[in-house]
Design a protein around this ligand. Structure first.
Ligand code: IYR
Length: 231
């Protein structure tokens, strides 16, 4: 155990950790891996509602993610209001139209071709829930005179990326389909959702049940031997 007499702001408590039997370790990993292997990015949704408890529960899982200096630099906006979803769709389609028709390089369009995407983003209105993830670039507090002070955040991109990974996994385990959507640029999300200047849009995640006739591209993940190198 580390000696005391260190920094008074450091308050260690005993670690709660349950050591598993080796066969139980393997069993749990196998079950989790099998679950995640069936996850697909879904672009066709049923207009069927999803329970708020599942969305909140998955966001709570995202909130367990590690983050730089434990600043937890994330905000999750849950959009269900049809009018707000419509505004988001129209603004996103404006950006996406410009992307597909002008901004995208031929190389980029070539890379996207196997995914079957285009500028139409029906899913932004059809999916019952949009989770809009914001990264919080710095915290804000006010000093005794009411002056605004900025609290530095660290490794914001990495931290929010990890939280989003947890979120996507949790939503999948909860039996919901998702899409990691990144309209670019996506500043319109901060305007439509009225977020403060220290919050920047990071990811737009439609959530719901797949449409009965949903299809996905026939693409595969790289095999383990290609992504893992042992030294
Ligand atoms: N934002 C566009 C294009 C797009 C880009 C990448 I990289 C993708 O993996 C998928 C789509 C769109 O959403 O269509």
């Amino acid at each position: 155990m580390p000696a005391d007499g260190g920094d008074p702001r450091y308050h260690p408590i005993p670690l709660a950790f349950s050591r598993l039997a080796p066969d139980e370790q393997a069993r749990r990993l196998q079950a989790f891996a099998a679950r995640l292997q069936s996850r697909r990015t879904v672009r066709h949704y049923a207009d069927e509602p999803v329970p708020d408890g599942l969305i909140d529960g998955a966001i709570a899982v995202a909130g367990t993610a590690p983050s730089g200096a434990n600043m937890q630099p994330w905000r999750f906006i849950v959009v269900r209001d049809p009018e707000t979803k419509r505004r988001i769709r129209l603004a996103a389609e404006d950006e996406e139209r410009a992307f597909y028709q002008q901004r995208a390089t031929d190389e980029w369009l070539e890379a996207l071709a196997p995914l079957g995407t285009d500028w139409h983003k029906d899913f932004l209105e059809v999916a019952p829930v949009l989770i809009v993830v914001f990264r919080i670039d710095y915290g804000i507090r006010h000093d005794a005179e009411g002056r605004e002070e900025r609290i530095k955040h660290y490794y914001v991109q990495e931290s929010v990326g990890i939280a989003c990974g947890f979120l996507l996994a949790a939503l999948h385990v909860a039996g919901l389909a998702t899409l990691t959507h990144t309209p670019s640029p996506m500043g319109f999300l901060a305007d439509i959702l009225g977020r403060p200047k220290n919050e920047k849009p990071y990811l737009l995640i439609p959530v719901g049940y797949p449409a009965a006739d949903a299809v996905v591209p026939d693409i595969a993940k790289k095999p383990l031997d290609e992504i893992r190198i042992r030294k």
